[in-house]
Each structure stands twice: as structure tokens, then as C-alpha cells.
Design a protein. Structure first.
Length: 621
């Protein structure tokens, strides 16, 4: 899976060569015809014959070194370059320093790589591009020498043969509940061979036999993909005659819809590939070589606007991107950790896996260490919601690539662990599945985290609580009374998924709903700041509907009945006052305190009493 091979193309493929052996020259020219067409094996055979005719045939050694390097045969490449260096005139030595430094780095010969690259940097005075590259390679050799003996607690194992069915499968991505894996399969060993998307589902803690995503696969090459947290949105790469672009498909029930090419806000005349979606599907990270980047392949980013349209992509910028190549981004479900591969940062050589954490801006990328990273290329890293493990693809030689799962050492586990909430929205009474709008808010910051819809056929949804906080989840649909859920996600909260069944009652039934995200201090009637999100939702509901409502205040049974009655009335009044100040006509809202007269739970423990201390909204007409 050599997507990004570094191939030195000699500028000395001119007719004139150093050898005077006519048979060697003829063999060399025949080899060039194969080499320029990418037919490396016959080129190698001819070049080997050429150097047998003349053991000092420097240009033939140079091209052998290039070809072996392109094939990833580092030791053979090094041998060829060293023989070429011995045969070369001094003016050519710095070219060999550069080539040998790269090959030594990629084969894990870090001491030698450092020494040779220092010779190149001392000799090269004019080629700015090569100098910059050599400086990066030297920094990587320095980093590797410092960290080579590190041994972080990565425990990796290949997935079973139900997933690794083919010689080559790579670029895994997974749903937020870690129960579905989507990846790319290549039906051959050549880069141009057919690629398709496959998926596997986990049942009884075992991955099932991988199956093709038939509705999405075509006669073109379907490459790296990204699936949303709920498994209902897929963005993927399609490479055809006009290059590589990103496409999107949505699943209703179990059926994927017809893929649609993303707009010009995402796709350009450049190369767009390797997408990653945020948990709610409203943010997209991808790789492009378009103009306006920092250099090479960069990571770009787009958000959906209020109309659900992708906005013009922007470069993720420094420190994530470098003047070299950044590929294979993966945004964690917490929205704060970005994993990617780079060959432009300090590392072990080639592409290493890095992570950057966002605190308003992206922080300095951290190399994820040995043995995950080594002198070979690492391409992808998809991390589970709890941050304790990841899926990645590993090349194993002989045109074989398998998907692995690894534990993640404690020092690299995410600080913000995603907690899954899954559920179903139904019509109350009939249990008919509903396509409802769901919105997740962080109550501490009063910020909307995500907005999405339940499935129109099944009513199912999945959302991620991205870190420790208090959250409100609102479910709404025209003609129905909304539902309000509350999640108190603390440091010691279990990461087991929360499962909900949300029943929306018809407005015509004059229903009642508990406003689970309206809060007061103990024995107080002043609304807390955490209540603003819920109150804004209630105000929005009333502005969209003409119904009259009653706000009911309720307490637990502790304390004097008269005190509870007065407190419940004051709390109901506070809600009414807020809503009228938000523009709702006062005559549409009545406020009534019920004290402890209408409990919904026993008053024999604190958890139950907390349920009884509540504000209810009742539709009157």
C-alpha cells in the first residue's frame, strides 16, 4: 500500500553516461524504458546485467538504488547507493549523501543516517528544498536515537480472518459504539487495482464476516472512508479518471442511499481523500494537495452551516500541518483529539502517528511513540470512544496489509472520554418510530454540541457525550410535545452506553412533560444559569406553536406543606416570568404550584425525592 513513495528520479538520464562499455549502455537504456513506465522488476534485471558489464557504472547503481527504494527494499537500495558512491566523482557525492541518509533512516540505521545527513547539509549550499528535507530527516534520526529504546505498553493483535479476508485491507474507521468497522479492500497488489468499501459488525464480542457495501461500490476505486457516530452517514473517497474526490451517502434503516459528490466547498481540481467525520457528522477533516496549503499533502477542515451545507474548507494550519505531508486524519468522538500521520515532524522516519489536542486551538502534535511508530510507514489510527484502544492497518511485506487492534498506553489515552447515548424515538401510544430532531447541549457552557435526526424507519439515534459535564438532550417534532432528557456525566460515571426510549406525545392529546433541565438552588426559586438552555427551548416551542400551557411546580414531601406549596408556586412563577420576558404572551401561560401533592416517585430516598422536585409543562389547548 505505497500511496506516498519517495522515488528519486535522476536528472542524469541523458544519453551520456560515465561507462564506455557499449553493452552496459544498451542494457541501461533498455532498463530506462521499463523504469519510466513503472515496470521495476525487468528494469532491475537489466541494470544488474549492466553493472556486471562494468562494475564502475555509477548511473546504473544510482537507478538501482532509486528503484529498490521505491519498492521499499531498503537494504538493497543502500547497497546500490553505496556502490554508486564509490564509483562517483566527488561532485556527485552530496547526491549520494542525501539518498543514503534517507535509506538509512527508513531502514532504522539511525546513527549512520545522522552522520551522512550531516555531511549532506555541510556540502549542499544552494538546494533549499533538499536542505529542508534533510533537516527534517536529521531531526527524525535524532528523535529516534533518543526514543529507540522506549517501550510503551502497546499490545497489538491482528483482527480475525472474518475481517482480514483479503491480501490487503486498510484505512479502518468505526462507529462510536465500536460495533461496526468500515474499511477499504484492494483486489490486487498494484496501486491502480480495484478498491472497494467493506464493513464488519461485532456480535457477541466477535467481528463478523466482512461484506461489501454494494450500494456504494462502483467500477471506480472507493478508498478511505469516514462513518458518523451513529453509523448513518458515510463520506468516502472515489478515484476515477478525473482524480480523487469525496462523496457522501446516508443510510435509512439498513439501506445506503445513492452517493452524492460533495460540493466545490470540499472538492477541487486537486486531490481530496481520506476523510474523517466528527461524531455528529457536522465537521469534516480530509487530506488535499490543493493550493493554499503549507506544502505537500495537508489536512483541511469544513463545518456544516445552519442549512446543513458544507462550508468552504479551510486549512487546519500549523502546528498540525507542515511543509511536508500530513495524511489520514481521525477526529475522536470527543471532538478534541485529532490523530494523523506525518513525515514532516520529529519521529522514527517515514510516516508516524501523532495526536494533537484542541483547547480553542490545536496543540503541538505528540509522537505516539515506540513500538507503534517505527522506521516503516504508519498510515491510519482510529481510536475507540473510551480512548483505550485503536484500530490501524499494518503492511506486512509481500503485498499484504492487515487491520490490527491495539491497546493505548495510559499516557496517550484521551482526557475527554466519549460516552454513548443510544435510543429510539417513538410516538406515545402507538409506538410508531418517528424522525425527530435531536439537539445536544452542554449545560455548563450553554453551547450546542450537535444536532441530528433519528432514523425515519426505525426511530433510532446515537449521540456522544464528549466529556465530563452536564448535558441536555431535546427531541422535537412538529405536532408533538418535545422531550427533555438530562445527563450528569461525572468523573466516576460508568462508560457503559445509556439506552433511552423517547416517547413524543401528540399535542392534540394535551400532554404533560417534565422539564428535566430546569434547576434551582435548594429552597430557592431563582433560576440557575444551567436552566437557560431548557428555557430557550421552551420559548422556541411556544413561538412555533399557538398552544396555551400550564407551568406546574412540584416539591418533595420534606418540610411543611405550606412552605412547599409556596416554594412550588414561586418556582412556577419564575419560569413563567422568564418565558414572558422572552416574548411569549402572558395570557398563554399559567403558573401553578402543587407542593408535594403529586409525587412521581416515593419520597423515601434522595434520588426519588429529586425526581419529585420538578417543573412540568402541560398543554392546555
Amino acid at each position: 500500500m505505497k500511496y506516498f513513495l519517495l522515488l528519486f528520479i535522476s536528472v542524469q538520464v541523458a544519453a551520456q553516461v560515465t561507462t564506455k562499455n557499449k553493452k552496459a549502455i544498451a542494457l541501461y537504456k533498455r532498463a530506462e524504458n521499463f523504469r519510466v513506465r513503472g515496470q521495476f522488476d525487468p528494469a532491475i534485471e537489466l541494470l544488474i546485467q549492466a553493472v556486471k558489464k562494468d562494475r564502475r557504472f555509477e548511473e546504473a547503481y544510482w537507478q538501482l538504488g532509486n528503484i529498490y527504494q521505491a519498492k521499499g527494499n531498503w537494504n538493497l537500495s543502500l547497497s546500490a547507493f553505496e556502490k554508486g558512491y564509490d564509483a562517483a566523482v566527488p561532485l556527485r557525492h552530496k547526491d549520494y549523501f542525501y539518498a543514503i541518509g534517507c535509506v538509512c533512516l527508513r531502514s532504522g540505521k539511525y546513527e549512520k543516517a545522522k552522520a551522512v545527513l550531516e555531511k549532506f547539509l555541510a556540502a549542499e549550499k544552494t538546494n533549499v528544498k533538499k536542505t529542508a528535507q534533510a533537516q527534517v530527516w536529521k531531526s527524525q534520526a535524532d528523535f529516534a536515537l533518543e526514543h529507540l529504546r522506549d517501550s510503551l505498553n502497546y499490545q497489538a493483535a491482528a483482527l480475525n480472518d472474518s475481517v482480514n479476508l483479503f491480501p490487503m485491507q486498510y484505512f479502518p474507521t468505526l462507529t462510536a459504539d465500536d460495533q461496526e468497522l468500515v474499511f477499504t479492500v484492494r483486489h490486487g497488489s498494484a496501486y491502480s487495482d480495484e478498491e472497494d468499501l467493506y464493513f464488519s459488525q461485532k456480535k457477541n464480542n466477535r467481528w463478523q464476516k466482512a461484506r461489501p457495501l454494494d450500494n456504494l461500490n462502483s467500477n471506480y476505486r472507493e478508498g478511505a472512508s469516514a462513518i458518523s457516530a451513529d453509523g448513518h452517514q458515510l463520506v468516502f473517497t472515489v478515484c476515477g479518471p478525473s482524480g480523487c474526490d469525496l462523496y457522501e451517502s446516508r443510510k435509512t434503516g439498513t439501506q445506503w442511499g445513492k452517493p452524492q459528490i460533495l460540493s466545490g466547498a470540499i472538492n477541487t481540481k486537486g486531490w481530496e481523500a481520506q476523510p474523517s467525520l466528527s461524531a455528529d457528522g457536522n465537521e469534516l477533516y480530509f487530506v488535499s494537495d490543493r493550493a493554499g496549503g503549507l506544502g505537500g499533502y495537508d489536512i483541511w477542515h469544513s463545518k456544516k452551516n445552519e442549512k446543513g451545507e458544507w462550508t468552504k474548507a479551510v486549512n487546519a494550519g500549523s502546528p498540525v500541518n507542515t511543509p511536508f505531508d500530513e495524511i489520514a486524519p481521525y477526529i475522536h468522538v470527543n471532538g478534541s483529539n485529532l490523530y494523523f500521520a506525518s513525515n514532516g515532524l520529529a519521529g522514527m522516519g517515514g510516516y508516524d502517528i501523532y495526536v494533537s489536542e484542541k483547547d480553542k486551538e490545536w496543540g503541538k502534535p505528540m509522537n505516539m511513540g515506540v513500538p507503534l511508530n517505527d522506521c516503516n510507514d504508519q498510515y491510519s489510527f482510529a481510536v475507540t470512544g473510551d480512548g483505550t484502544s485503536a484500530f490501524f492497518s499494518r503492511e506486512e511485506g509481500g503485498n499484504r496489509c492487515r487491520i490490527y487492534q491495539t491497546t493505548i498506553p495510559a499516557e496517550f489515552q484521551v482526557k475527554k472520554k466519549g460516552k454513548t447515548v443510544r435510543g429510539t424515538v417513538k410516538e406515545k401510544g402507538s409506538a410508531r418510530p418517528l424522525r425527530a430532531s435531536l439537539t445536544l447541549f452542554n449545560l455548563k457552557t450553554n453551547i450546542k454540541i450537535s444536532q441530528f435526526f433519528s432514523d425515519s424507519l426505525t426511530g433510532e439515534f446515537l449521540v456522544i457525550l464528549p466529556g465530563v459535564s452536564n448535558y441536555a438532550l431535546h427531541a422535537a417534532k412538529s405536532g408533538y410535545l418535545f422531550h427533555s432528557a438530562h445527563f450528569d456525566y461525572g468523573e466516576n460515571t460508568s462508560l457503559d452506553p445509556i439506552v433511552l426510549t423517547i416517547e413524543l406525545p401528540l399535542l392534540s392529546d394535551k400532554p404533560t412533560a417534565v422539564l428535566n433541565n430546569i434547576f434551582f438552588e435548594k429552597n430557592e426559586y431563582r433560576l440557575s444559569d444551567d436552566s437557560k438552555t431548557e428555557l430557550a427551548e421552551v420559548a422556541g416551542f411556544l413561538k412555533s406553536n399557538s398552544n396555551k400551557i400550564e407551568i406546574g411546580g412540584h416539591t418533595d414531601s420534606q418540610g411543611e406543606a405550606s412552605y412547599n406549596q409556596n416554594l412550588s408556586q414561586q418556582r412556577a412563577n419564575s419560569v413563567r416570568e422568564y418565558l414572558t420576558s422572552a416574548g411569549i404572551a402572558p395570557e398563554r401561560i399559567t403558573a401553578k404550584g402543587f407542593g408535594a401533592q403529586m409525587p412521581i416517585a416515593p419520597n423515601d430516598n434522595e434520588e426519588a425525592r429529586a425526581k419529585n422536585r420538578r417543573i412540568e409543562l402541560r398543554v392546555k389547548e
